[in-house]
Design a protein around this ligand. Structure first.
Ligand SMILES: Cc1cc2nc3c(=O)[nH]c(=O)nc-3n(C[C@H](O)[C@H](O)[C@H](O)COP(=O)(O)OP(=O)(O)OC[C@H]3O[C@@H](n4cnc5c(N)ncnc54)[C@H](O)[C@@H]3O)c2cc1C
Length: 411
């Protein structure tokens, strides 16, 4: 049979969350295996009109700062100065400003290419890290001492043994399936159309959240006056929108969004995703835990998914400095208790927004309009909501949340 390699932690999944976790453990003496199904490839390094992006809250920027990565990420990050919230067909508008919070930005928009490449290059030459690319998790078995993991690579099967397995293998997580963890799934019956678009007027670093009867529409500011569009629609409408000509798509977008940025004059490639809410019944198994999309998949309305995942990473990195055995039941319980609270609260926040603003009741519609007007005149409440959106939570725990590096544990 194959040779077994020994590690302290095996991370399944080398997406943004798996690589962020590996980077967060760079200054420890842990032996880490990072296993990703994607083969090693040379990724494009040039800006492309169509590249995908996401919004990182201020809290996430602070975590990357503590990891020593923020200065590199920031070179291509677009700060969000204002978030403008409105509802189509109603008068109420709320504006959240960075200056109201004495902050430089409410968050930042970064491209997946840039963030991925900063994370990837930070892992090159990381002591104690072994990467397995083009390698898939197939089987696992835990005992009191360790977890045995079977993976399949182009070179054949391999067996690894680790004190802890961290499953960061996305929404369809194989780790979650193999651990027999059930999940709650909610199909929103909505699809998100993603595209980069260019408006006639400068975006001035404003992000827009616009609620329409078909679903919410978000526009994030990007470099070269591009905006990243996430437009949610019913599946049948989304299928029609995907087939519109460029001119008809731009007209349709103006009809949904309005003319706050003038006409939309350019669009890139459109992509369409079905939207679900997924929360697992538990976050841990014997010598194993879940993080990132494997542990929570949310509606993208408030751009919370990766931000929430970075809080999984930050807590785990902190706990690994406090417990000598990385997979001990005490560490796992500590992780699950603190993370489930944040995951449920964030899922309720995003799900509540979707439900509140897509409810067809006319009375509720008037109340929403009045609520947005009122909120705009209540700075303390606005600040509170902005802090939630930025990723601030009262019950977060650990040094990375404060922007400070973790202190390595002497093992
Ligand atoms: C339209 C849209 C807009 C969004 N906007 C935002 C935003 O503005 N802000 C924000 O914070 N979040 C946003 N999100 C959410 C964010 O994109 C996700 O939360 C984040 O990318 C999840 O990363 P991940 O690493 O957990 O999962 P993934 O990116 O899915 O990575 C999983 C990795 O696991 C690997 N893998 C899978 N199976 C196996 C296996 N069996 N063995 C080994 N490896 C395996 C895959 O190759 C992959 O590399 C958005 C999401 C959507 C859909």
């Amino acid at each position: 049979m194959k040779h077994t390699k020994e590690f302290d932690i095996a991370i399944i999944g080398g997406g943004l969350v798996g690589t962020s976790l590996a980077a967060a453990l760079a200054h420890t003496d842990l032996r880490i295996a990072l296993i990703d199904a994607r083969p090693a490839s040379s990724k494009p390094t040039l800006e492309d009109y169509d590249e995908r992006s996401l919004a990182l809250g201020y809290g996430s920027a602070r975590i990357y700062q503590a990891l020593g990565l923020w200065s590199k990420i920031a070179t291509a990050a677009t700060p969000i100065q204002t978030v403008h919230v409105s509802e189509k067909g109603r008068l109420g508008v709320t504006r959240l400003n960075a200056s109201d919070l004495d902050s430089n930005a409410l968050g930042y928009v970064v491209t997946l290419r840039h963030l991925g490449s900063v994370l990837d290059s930070s892992l090159n030459h990381q002591a104690g890290l072994t990467r397995f690319q083009g390698a898939r998790l197939q089987h696992l078995e835990a005992d009191g001492e360790a977890i045995e993991i079977s993976i399949v690579t182009d070179q054949g099967p391999l067996s690894l043994r680790a004190a802890l397995l961290a499953g960061a293998d996305g929404t369809q997580s194989m780790t979650r399936t193999l651990l027999g963890i059930e999940q709650q799934d909610l199909n929103y019956q909505q699809h998100a159309i993603i595209a980069n678009v260019t408006p006639e007027l400068p975006h001035k670093n404003q992000a827009f959240e616009r609620f329409t009867p078909d679903g919410p529409l978000a526009l994030l500011p990007l470099t070269n006056n591009r905006c990243a569009l996430v437009c949610t629609q019913r599946p049948e409408d989304a299928a029609r929108t995907m087939h519109l000509s460029v001119a008809a798509f731009l007209r349709d977008l103006n009809a949904r969004f309005g003319y706050r940025l003038g006409r939309f004059v350019r669009t890139g490639k459109r992509e369409c995703y079905p939207l679900n809410l997924m929360i697992p019944e538990r976050l841990t198994g014997q010598r194993s835990l879940l993080l990132g999309n494997a542990a929570h998949t949310l509606h993208p309305v408030a751009g919370q998914g990766l931000n929430l995942a970075l809080r999984d990473v930050a807590l785990l990195a902190q706990l690994l400095t406090q417990y000598t055995d990385p997979g001990s039941p005490e560490l796992l319980t500590h992780y699950a208790t603190l993370r489930m609270r944040d995951i449920r609260a964030t899922a309720q926040y995003t799900d509540g927004l979707v439900r509140l603003f897509t409810h067809p009741s006319n009375l509720l519609g008037h109340l929403r309009g009045a609520g947005l007007i009122l909120l705009d005149r209540l700075p303390p409440m606005k600040r509170q909501i902005a802090r939630i959106g930025m990723g601030e939570r009262r019950y977060l725990y650990g040094r990375l949340f404060l922007g400070l590096p973790t202190e390595p544990l002497a093992r």
